[in-house]
Design a protein around this ligand. Structure first.
Ligand SMILES: Nc1ncnc2c1ncn2[C@@H]1O[C@H](COP(=O)(O)OP(=O)(O)O)[C@@H](O)[C@H]1O
Ligand SMILES: [Mg+2]
Length: 221
């Protein structure tokens, strides 16, 4: 489903440059939740941003469903982001003054179809993630765990083929964190998605199908 081939990334600032990713290759199959583990600064977020079409690689290729997105224009990349990829970030990146329900409908607005079906899907996701009592609450009234569940619901809203999560449990206690990863796993299995999750938390790894280790910009076997 996802194929990353020999990705390199170099950041240049004036006359200094840092090689953050070196020849990274990996694959994630449909139905798999794969974890990425590695020390701080090893290039995990950079890798996820490249896979998620937020950043372009200096070298190498990323294919989603056999479509090579590395050559896409920025307009096509934003379509890929909207239609094929769901993001969950550590700091949930929610709009503080919107209600839970409107937060989910916002991604649909971007697709210009805030219709009855979208509302039904939003309500279903809100229910599935145990947020029904919070549906009309503003984001800044929610706890950390609730916010992170809204971020997950939002990532699922457009029914993306690929879900990318960057330390989604970092702000949660271990019980809530585990629930979040289990939800991710359930969505992947039941709906035949692929997911890649960066985590620091060893306890989450048993919920994942496979673990990749990254160190100093390289995948270790
Ligand atoms: N835009 C950037 N410009 C320069 N260096 C960057 C940039 N983004 C990340 N880096 C550097 O790349 C390295 C890897 O960062 P990152 O991918 O965020 O690591 P991780 O998520 O594993 O902690 C770090 O040394 C970081 O300082
Ligand atoms: Mg990071």
């Amino acid at each position: 489903m996802l194929k990353v081939e020999q990705i390199s990334k170099k950041f240049t600032d004036g006359d200094t440059s840092v090689q953050v990713l070196k020849d990274v290759s990996l694959e994630v199959e449909t139905g798999e939740l794969v974890a990425i583990v590695g020390p701080s600064g090893s290039g995990k977020s950079t890798l996820l941003s490249i896979i998620g079409a937020l950043l372009s690689p200096s070298d190498g290729r990323v294919s989603i469903n056999k479509e090579d997105i590395s050559t896409y224009s920025s307009k096509n990349l934003s379509a890929v982001r909207l239609n094929k990829i769901g993001f969950i970030f550590q700091s949930s990146n929610l709009v503080p003054f919107l209600t839970v329900e409107n937060q989910l409908l916002l991604v649909r607005d971007m697709k210009k179809n805030r219709d009855r079906k979208s509302k039904e899907r939003a309500s279903q996701l809100i229910y599935d993630l145990g947020l029904s009592h919070r549906s009309t609450s503003q984001i800044n009234q929610l706890s950390g765990g609730e916010k992170q569940r809204v971020a997950i619901a939002r990532a699922f809203m457009n029914d993306p083929d690929l879900i990318l999560a960057d330390e989604p449990t970092a702000s949660l206690d271990s019980e809530r964190g585990r629930k979040v990863v289990e939800m991710l796993s359930k969505e992947v299995k039941e709906k035949n998605k692929a997911a890649l999750m960066v985590t620091h938390d060893e306890r989450m790894l048993e919920v994942c199908d496979r673990v990749l280790y990254i160190e100093d910009g390289r995948i270790k076997s």
